[in-house]
Design a protein around this ligand. Structure first.
Ligand code: GAF
Length: 388
């Protein structure tokens, strides 16, 4: 599947720029097994890069202007690298503008490039197509101009680019896109950026994503608001327990004891975060021990928390998780990513995949009148150079 995408990107590059690309970069989307809205709360997350990618073809053009073509959007833009980087109404261009802005403000020296990119990561489905765009473009510039930026720093610059665009995201998406490893999930300590790889052995179960096919527009503002509420929550904790640095050192009881000092929303957000950090630790152990049933239970509990206390779900996602709860061959399900639409991630008993897919597509359509999209994902490598 990716071969077709890569060929198409190379051909378009040759047609548009009359030369062969010097570098081809493959940059993946990600899934997250568990640990949602935890990265910016200094906790642990358990994501993985996937086999859905953005393919970039690049060369230097010996000028101070970069020309970037988004093949799938049939759109392109040029940017003068000597001018101050500005936001644009074409949202997709801002991820690249953000990267250029970050590279410039960090003092890196680079010149204009020609670039064509094409993707098979669904956009707005919670699979981090934006992180793949930022990190893949950064990776290409790093290679072309030998900037010697380390992979983790590519992830950090990508995160800052996303902040420049307007979402005050954590590090999970960029980190897993850059650092992912085939057949491994990565447990990231988002406070120290230490990480460990864990075999993605889901034994008798397959990972299937059900895409609600809805994107509720309040995502950006609500995301930033959740982050602010958590900052308020931890500040209240620290005001009472100065030795506590972040939610991971907090017990549920501490949050409950501080309930009267918090607004109702700040209390519920804080409670979710403390519980979710503990679930990630348990989930990672369960995966290592092959206790996939426990992992599934923890995923359902995460969804409950995301829906009721963190309030980042929506009717469509709740319906998909409710369907999963009623289905014996689905042992875990939850919304994945920022929320307000996008996908649920599901653990489905092997041998039952097709039956479950057909049933969910039918029941989801009957319930909400929207076509369900379904993705089988494999766990793949992080951002890399493509060499034939
Ligand atoms: C989005 C953000 F970009 C991530 O940093 C993370 O917070 C996620 O939502 C929720 O877990 O994908």
């Amino acid at each position: 599947m990716n071969d077709i995408l890569i060929n198409k990107t190379i051909i378009s590059f040759q047609e548009n720029f009359n030369s062969k690309p010097e570098k081809i970069v493959l940059s993946p989307g990600r899934i997250n097994i568990i640990g949602e809205h935890i990265d910016y709360n200094d906790g642990y997350v358990l994501p993985a890069a996937i086999d859905k990618i953005i393919c970039f073809a690049f060369n230097k053009n010996n000028s101070n202007t970069s020309r970037i073509i988004a093949l799938d959007l049939d759109d392109e833009f040029e940017i003068d690298l000597t001018a101050e980087v500005q936001h644009d109404e074409k949202v997709w261009t801002n991820y690249i503008r953000g990267v250029i802005q970050q590279l410039k403000s960090s003092g890196f020296q680079f010149e204009g490039v020609n670039c064509v990119f094409s993707s098979n990561i669904p956009i707005g489905s919670g699979l981090s197509s934006s992180a793949a765009l930022e990190c893949g473009f950064l990776f290409g510039i790093n290679e072309l101009f030998s900037l010697n930026i380390k992979p983790i720093d590519i992830a950090l610059l990508g995160q800052k680019a996303e902040h420049w665009v307007g979402i005050h995201c954590g590090i999970m998406d960029q980190f897993s896109s850059v650092m992912g490893k085939k057949n491994q999930v990565v447990k990231i300590d988002c406070r120290t950026l230490e990480y460990t790889y864990h075999e993605a052995n889901f034994s008798d179960y397959s990972l299937i994503l059900f895409d609600s096919n809805v994107k509720h527009s309040l995502m950006t503002s609500a995301y930033n608001e959740r982050r602010e509420q958590c900052e308020e929550g931890i500040a209240i904790v620290q005001g009472n327990f100065p030795e506590i640095k972040s939610f991971r050192e907090c017990t549920e009881q501490i949050i409950i004891d501080l309930k009267d000092k918090m607004s109702h929303n700040v209390y519920r957000r804080s409670l979710f975060v403390v519980r979710e950090i503990n679930r990630v630790i348990q989930a990672c152990e369960a995966l290592d021990n092959g206790n996939i049933e426990l992992l599934g239970e923890l995923m359902f509990a995460t969804h409950e928390g995301l829906s009721k206390n963190y309030e980042v779900s929506c009717d469509e996602l709740d319906i998909l998780v409710d369907l999963a709860k009623k289905e014996e061959s689905v042992i875990g399900s939850r919304l994945m990513g920022g929320g307000f639409g996008g996908c649920t991630i599901n653990l489905v008993k092997k041998g039952y995949e097709e039956e479950v897919k057909n049933k969910f597509a039918k029941l989801y359509f009957e319930a909400v009148g929207i076509e369900l999209k379904i993705y089988d994902v494999k766990i793949g490598n992080g951002t890399s150079l493509y060499t034939k």
